[in-house]
Design a protein around this ligand. Structure first.
Ligand SMILES: NC(=O)c1ccc[n+]([C@@H]2O[C@H](COP(=O)([O-])OP(=O)(O)OC[C@H]3O[C@@H](n4cnc5c(N)ncnc54)[C@H](O)[C@@H]3O)[C@@H](O)[C@H]2O)c1
Length: 667
């Protein structure tokens, strides 16, 4: 047996491993808020010690107290494994269940140093998107996965493995919940407190659900967004060429923007305050050029626009500096957005202008009230500059990062007279009507052989399937289909794979089911050398209820309900998902969204064929039916098509009231 297998099977080591220092060469979570009182700190230590035999407590209790004092969290650094955590061939993981091995592969990918934002704090992306709260949970979870059979289900409460429970082979192997709170306890400080106590975590969307595949996961969606933003402001435009897109963030998801801007053939300027993030993205080839001099950067961008050059340019500094200089120099910018982590404004998601990154981090911890004031002042300046530029003709959209929400909370000039935001979200204007309402969403897969050859085969198969479907696609979705076919054909050339051999491809219910079926057949015939894991981002048609993002184009009032996301995860779990997850928070913030997702292992069997058809059909059409009930005409069209394709589907259709009748009513 390999050492890796032995180590995973051992779980929490029976002998205390040597104390470990943090790796100074990698990025670490900022020190969190010191929110617990003395009694609560004792409770946090008691909670942490539950994972270890009493004989270790006298050593670990003061060590955990020190971690709590230094970082305001207990990460249990001593228990970080010696082996490299990364995606490998499914067979390299110890297992009795192939499905459980696939889950080990996927969660290992989320903690890979090349992938995770703060790997030693088990944070994958978004500043606080956790896979686990501490290393004991990781070790225990891997051990359970290694030992479990297809007759058991592992239950994870916010990273804590509650244990293995007897179930059956059609049940999910793992059920994940992250950050599910009693609704009144979902304020940002509740996360600080209960996370510090070790009883909950912020799972983001694909961090705590083991479905993160690096920035590639978001590049396709971002490409679709910027392409269609360009088409929206210029009816003759096929793409972004000859246009400048200005935005911020080179983090987990935001780092996809420069790549997407170049794929869309435009000029993309991105500001990033954290030099580690800026230079990491540059080294990875996700951003072409880095500048610290604002004027040189802007001159470069203007020249590139004139030459219709596709290039991405990073500014190592604050986004507001760029916006204000653009205003001063009266440069015309076609498209603007923002992808700082404003879902997490007080704990490192958004940096104030006028101070260094280090000083800001220090203030965040030592003087959180002052830090909050500086963030809000910066948001006001940020908004003022954008308002000036939109008056001069720029198209600005919110990129689902809670920019509009936090700007309004900072009392910036961001509201119209009727109380609505001045700017649309990218879902209201682009992704909702063009993609989600038709069922197009971020379908993805990972080759469990970890072999690039298998990935190339899946790319080819997926392109063939979509081209076949396209022949009979109705006009309403032809543009989406052709964008997606172009994407998958160029995917390998765009070199986006970091970590697991993964691919993202926007597809609708028909596309997802037919691609999955073709993969399953290719596994059965050995055209693919090993199983394939299917999944999707939570940021999809049906998985997420989020009034300022995924469901921001729902206008019947139900955007503040979360029935769809809950129905989705329940439905997926009994239709054959290998694992399911449901989260509070993700993207726009704790308490602001409920989102869920699934993973499904295709192993070439007839069982997998049955499961994929049953589950994927529901996984997309659940959301379309709700969007249809909200009177979205694109969803109305899509659900009628789905009912024609499967007569077993019978969806309640909305009757549309006459506007004159409604307006004639007196109240
Ligand atoms: N890409 C998408 O399609 C998409 C979709 C929906 C939402 N989002 C949202 O976008 C946000 C970013 O996600 P992420 O995973 O990249 O987060 P992240 O925390 O990894 O990256 C954000 C980056 O912004 C930088 N930053 C913060 N303040 C800044 C400032 N004032 N100027 C310049 N840079 C600054 C941070 O240093 C960080 O590197 C999140 O709120 C996420 O929910 C993204």
């Amino acid at each position: 047996m390999t050492n890796l297998k032995k180590n995973i099977l051992e779980g929490i080591p029976s002998k205390l491993p040597p104390k470990k220092k943090r790796n100074p060469k990698i990025s670490h979570s900022p020190k969190r808020k010191d929110i617990l009182n003395k009694e609560e700190k004792k409770l946090a230590i008691r909670n942490a010690l539950r994972y270890f035999p009493k004989s270790m407590h006298s050593v670990l209790a003061p060590e955990f107290a020190e971690e709590l004092k230094t970082y305001s969290r207990i990460y249990m650094y001593r228990f970080m494994p010696e082996y490299e955590i990364k995606a490998r061939h499914l067979e390299d993981f110890p297992h009795k269940s192939k499905q459980a091995a696939a889950i080990q592969l996927m969660l290992s990918n989320n903690l890979d140093h090349a992938i995770a934002q703060h790997p030693e704090e088990l944070i994958t992306y978004g500043g606080n998107g956790a896979v686990f709260q501490n290393w004991a949970q990781y070790l225990l979870c891997m051990q359970y996965l290694a030992k479990m059979t297809d007759e058991q289900t592992l239950v994870l409460y916010s990273g804590h493995p509650m244990g293995l429970f007897p179930s059956h082979k059609d049940a999910p192997r793992v059920v994940v919940t992250n950050g599910m709170m009693i609704p009144n306890y979902s304020k940002p400080d509740d996360w600080e407190k209960f996370n510090a106590l070790g009883v909950t975590q912020y799972g983001q969307m694909t961090a705590g659900s083991f479905m993160y595949i690096g920035s590639q996961g978001i590049v396709h969606g971002t490409t679709i967004t910027v392409l269609n933003a360009a088409r929206k402001i210029d009816a003759k435009a096929e793409d972004l060429s000859g246009k400048i897109f200005v935005t911020s963030g080179l983090g987990g998801m935001s780092g996809a923007q420069p790549k997407a801007g170049v794929i869309a053939k435009g000029v993309c300027i991105v500001a990033e305050v954290n030099p580690q993030a800026t230079y990491k993205r540059h080294e990875q080839g996700w951003v072409d050029e880095v500048y610290t001099d604002l004027d040189k950067l802007l001159d470069r961008a203007i020249a590139a626009r004139e030459n219709k050059e596709a290039v991405s340019i990073a500014y190592n500094g604050n986004i507001v500096e760029i916006w204000e200089r653009i205003v001063e120099r009266e440069i015309h910018i076609e498209i603007g957005s923002d992808q700082t982590s404003l879902h997490n404004p007080w704990a490192g998601g958004y940096y104030p202008i006028g101070m260094s990154y280090e000083n800001a981090n220090e203030m965040m911890y030592n003087n959180p009230e002052e830090f909050k004031k500086e963030v809000q002042k910066t948001l006001v300046r940020h908004t003022n500059a954008i308002n000036t530029l939109t008056k001069r003709g720029m198209y600005f959209f919110d990129y689902g990062n809670a920019f509009l929400l936090e700007a309004s909370r900072a009392c910036a000039d961001i509201l119209k007279d009727n109380g609505d935001f001045k700017y649309p979200s990218y879902v209201q204007d682009i992704m909702g009507p063009m993609c989600f309402d038709y069922g197009f969403g971020p379908f993805r897969w990972v080759c469990a052989s970890n072999d690039p050859k298998d990935l190339a085969t899946t790319d080819r198969i997926a392109a063939e399937v979509l081209e076949e479907i396209m022949q009979s696609s109705p006009d309403e979705i032809k543009l989406q289909m052709s964008d997606n076919i172009n994407w998958i054909k160029a995917a390998r050339l765009n070199k986006m794979v970091v970590g697991s051999q993964a691919r993202i491809l926007y597809a609708d219910a028909e596309g997802r089911m037919k691609i999955a079926e073709a993969f399953n057949n290719a596994i059965a015939s050995s055209e693919l050398s090993a199983p394939v894991v299917l999944g999707r981002d939570h940021h999809d048609v049906s998985g997420t209820d989020s009034p300022y993002r995924e469901t921001s184009n729902i206008y019947d009032g139900s955007q503040f309900t979360a029935d769809m996301a809950i129905q989705n995860v329940i439905g997926d779990s009994f239709r054959g998902a290998t694992w399911v997850s449901i989260h509070n928070g993700g993207g726009v913030g704790w308490g602001e969204v409920i989102n869920g997702g699934f993973g499904m292992l295709l192993d070439g069997s007839a069982d997998a064929d049955r499961r994929l058809k049953s589950m994927l059909f529901w996984d997309v059409n659940n959301g379309i039916s709700r969007r249809n009930w909200a009177r979205n005409k694109e969803a109305n069209f899509a659900i009628k098509r789905a009912m024609e394709m499967n007569p077993e589907l019978k969806v309640t259709m909305p009757n549309i009231a006459d506007d004159d009748l409604i307006n004639s009513l007196e109240f």
